[in-house]
Every structure is written in structure tokens, then in C-alpha cells.
Design a protein around this ligand. Structure first.
Ligand SMILES: Nc1ncnc2c1ncn2[C@@H]1O[C@H](COP(=O)(O)OP(=O)(O)OP(=O)(O)O)[C@@H](O)[C@H]1O
Ligand SMILES: [Mg+2]
Length: 283
């Protein structure tokens, strides 16, 4: 099997600040791959480049073997460019899809700061995501077909909620759920768009230890059930080490290590990067 996702020399520079620096990595199909690193390392920025939130300053992103994002610095951006490989993609067409187009291709994500539709119920949050996805592809449908489709979408919504243990909360407002359940609802909503690749930005943040253990099982089960590839940012090291097939570690935007969990756990650069953060936080 090939790669679901491939990043090549991806750099994101904001003004003079290089937030993601020449990142090259692979997320093979059907695996669970983690992206870790201290606060401010550039993890969320990397996700934002993949999902069309930011246009990277330079680099190539491929999804299922096809280029989906590509850019190179020109003009002022080139003069100010602090990254590497400015020439590598200079003769290739720029590709800059919107977040909606990325979702339509089969990449779904959850956010570090939960983004649910607060005034909607749990059920509506998932159903609306299904509608948004469906309407990207449907340009003509008869009324009868619409009714059948609506029924199917409602059934699938209930199925997603049941899997997450959220069926009992279906008529509650999304904001009224405890934090751990809101995270699960966000995953259900992401799955509603039928992704091939699921990006999770700190899914265990705010979860208690029990919920975190359940999340590890759930991520594995979801991968099997939906034949998904998972790319995950997470600070809970026990979860990362438990669930990941392979781990990339970045600090100050650049890769500092990569490997299977045991390799990363014992890597001197990784230990130093995390201890550095721990020292600063202790002050
Ligand atoms: N839109 C932006 N404009 C300017 N700087 C930005 C922007 N987005 C991110 N940055 C900067 O990029 C750097 C990386 O931030 P990012 O949020 O990607 O880190 P992170 O690894 O996700 O950290 P955390 O673990 O705290 O979530 C930070 O210095 C941040 O201030
Ligand atoms: Mg982040």
C-alpha cells in the first residue's frame, strides 16, 4: 500500500517567523502516525497547511499519490524567505485548495480548540456535516431521491453517535456535553464526511485518564471499521506510544527525530526538547 499523505519540503513562514521548516514526512495508508513536539513546535500549523487553512510558503503535499497542495516563494516572499528548497517547486503549478475542497477529497480533521456548532444539538452537529459533504457532489436529485437520502443520512448519523456512546445525548445542545464527550462528538462529525484520512489535533486534551485509555481503543477500532489512515498530534505520551505505528518529532518547526515508539522514547534530542519545555514551565 502507498502513502495516504506525503509532505515534501513544506515550509510555512509568517513574516520573519518560520513556523514549519522544510518538513518531509509520510503517512502510509491504514497506519496511525503521530506528530509530536513541544508547545509552539509547529504541529497545528502543519495540519493547517494540509487542510487548506494556510497556504504553505513552499513545498508539496500529496494525498493518495496525487499533488493537492504546492507552492514556492516568489517576489517579496522569496526575498524574505528563510527556508530551504526555494527553487525545488518553482517550475510546477501552484495548488492552493480551500478547506472545503480538502474535505471533499477525503481529509477530515478535528481542532485543538473544539469547534462544534454550539447552538445545535449533538444530532444536528453530525447531520449538518453529512449534508455539507453530500451537497458538494449532488447537483441534481429528485424530491423522492432527496427523501431517501435524508433518511439514509439520519440513520448514518445515529450510527456514528451510537459508536461514540453519544446516542443518549442526541437531543442535548453540543455545548452542554462534558469536555471528553465534546471531543468524541468532534470525531463523529469528522467521520460524517467519509474521510480516508483523519487528522486529530490533540484529541485527548481535557480528557481524564479513563477517557484517554478509551480513546486509544476507539482510534484503533475506527481505523479498522472505516479503513482509515490517522495522523495525530498529541501531548499525552502514553497515548502516543500506545497507539502510534510511527512517530515524527518536531521542534521550532524542524524535524528532530522520527521512528517507532521505542526509538523516539529513547532519543536524546527528543528527551532534551521535552525537558527544556518542562524547565521553562517550572519557572
Ligand atoms: N497565523 C499565524 N501568524 C503568525 N504566527 C503563527 C500563526 N499561526 C501559528 N503561528 C506561530 O507558529 C508557531 C507554531 O505554532 P503552532 O500552533 O503550530 O504550534 P503547536 O506545535 O501546535 O503548539 P501547541 O502544542 O501549543 O498546540 C508559533 O510560534 C505560533 O505563534
Ligand atoms: Mg497545536
Amino acid at each position: 500500500m502507498g502513502n495516504a499523505l506525503h509532505l515534501e519540503n513544506v515550509t510555512m513562514q509568517f513574516g520573519g517567523v518560520v513556523s514549519v521548516n522544510n518538513l518531509t514526512l509520510d503517512v502510509p495508508e491504514h497506519q496511525i502516525i503521530a506528530l509530536i513536539g513541544p508547545n509552539g513546535a509547529g504541529k497545528t500549523t502543519a495540519f493547517n497547511c494540509i487542510t487548506g487553512v494556510y497556504q504553505p510558503t513552499n513545498g508539496l503535499i500529496e494525498f493518495m499519490g496525487r499533488p493537492i497542495v504546492r507552492n514556492h516563494p516568489v517576489g517579496k516572499a522569496l526575498r524574505n524567505y528563510k527556508g530551504e528548497c526555494a527553487d525545488k517547486f518553482a517550475s510546477d503549478p501552484v495548488l492552493n485548495p480551500t478547506p472545503d475542497q480538502i474535505t471533499g477529497m477525503g481529509i477530515a480533521r478535528t481542532f485543538q480548540n473544539i469547534r462544534l456548532w454550539k447552538s445545535m444539538t449533538v444530532f444536528e452537529n453530525v447531520l449538518v456535516a453529512k449534508h455539507q459533504h453530500a451537497h458538494q457532489n449532488v447537483f441534481s436529485a429528485t424530491f423522492r431521491k432527496n427523501l431517501a437520502e435524508e433518511k439514509r443520512m439520519r440513520e448514518e448519523t445515529m450510527e456514528l453517535l451510537s459508536e461514540q456512546g453519544l446516542d443518549a445525548y442526541k437531543d442535548e445542545l453540543a455545548v452542554s456535553l462534558p469536555y471528553g464527550l465534546q471531543r468524541r462528538l468532534e470525531i463523529a462529525r469528522a467521520l460524517a464526511t467519509n474521510p480516508k484520512l483523519l487528522l486529530l489535533d490533540e484529541p485527548a486534551a481535557g480528557m481524564n485518564p479513563q477517557e484517554t485509555i478509551e480513546l486509544a481503543d476507539f482510534v484503533r477500532q475506527t481505523r479498522e471499521k472505516y479503513d482509515l489512515t490517522v495522523f495525530l498530534i498529541e501531548h499525552h505520551m502514553d497515548l502516543v506510544m500506545n497507539v502510534s505505528d510511527y512517530i515524527y518529532v518536531i521542534d521550532f518547526g524542524s524535524e528532530i527525530a522520527r521512528g517507532i515508539p521505542e526509538e523516539v522514547q529513547n532519543n536524546r534530542h527528543v528527551i532534551e526538547a521535552y525537558l527544556g519545555v518542562a524547565d521553562e514551565e517550572a519557572i
